[in-house]
Ligand binder design. Structure first.
Ligand SMILES: C[S@@+](CC[C@H](N)C(=O)[O-])C[C@H]1O[C@@H](n2cnc3c(N)ncnc32)[C@H](O)[C@@H]1O
Length: 184
């Protein structure tokens, strides 16, 4: 194996931080690569901007999650454009978002809303998903619609100290997916 092993002593004269080259990353990824587990699903069910779906798709690949989206006329093309991965991503087509959420709950899936809500737990206190989990993301402007709130088992909020009301939905979703995947 080329490259410096984690924690190994640094050879004299080499930089303190060694950025791993693409070829090395690709080789390691292939070795660790797994099919999607169908265990963790990011669900931007009321999407507005295609770019956010592309960002979420990449995060899903990184953490081994699937993406669930309604088949709005523009969504397949947005995913095609956003999929910069070498292999097809795992996408679930939901049809009606509320009916899909209800079906998921019916089969025992835990449904976690990613939202600024009174009852939400803070991201730091969110445990990794131990059961099949859907992370529901809200509409870019309007958030999670009221009629979907009753279908949530829990909500998670990412604390903010700045002047903005909220984070970009793909940023919020990515942070929560990493936590649910147990990679943070
Ligand atoms: C831009 S926000 C929605 C707008 C928001 N309701 C407002 O009034 O500013 C889009 C989505 O991103 C997610 N989101 C953004 N910031 C968040 C945060 N700090 N904690 C949890 N979710 C967040 C939620 O899913 C939210 O529905």
């Amino acid at each position: 194996m080329s490259g410096r092993a984690r924690g190994a002593a640094r050879p004299a004269g080499s930089p303190a931080i060694r950025v791993r080259p693409r070829r090395e990353l690709r080789r390691d990824r292939r070795r660790r690569s797994h099919p999607c587990w169908d265990h963790l699903i990011a669900a931007p069910l009321w999407p507005l901007h295609g770019a956010n779906l592309g960002t979420l798709l990449r995060t899903c690949d990184a953490v081994g999650a699937c993406l669930a989206v309604p088949r709005l006329p523009w969504v397949p093309e947005a995913l095609e454009r956003g999929n910069t991965l070498r292999r097809p991503a795992c996408v679930h087509w939901t049809g009606d978002p509320l009916a899909w959420l209800a079906r998921e709950r019916g089969r025992g899936t835990r449904v976690v809303g990613v939202e600024l809500a009174d009852e939400a737990v803070r991201l730091a206190d969110l445990p990794a998903a131990r059961e099949r989990t859907v992370a529901v993301l809200g509409h870019e402007r309007d958030g999670i619609p009221p009629e979907a709130l009753d279908l949530l088992d829990a909500a998670v909020e990412i604390p903010m100290v700045g002047g903005g009301h909220s984070l970009n939905v793909a940023v919020a979703g990515s942070l929560v997916l990493y936590k649910l995947a147990g990679l943070l």
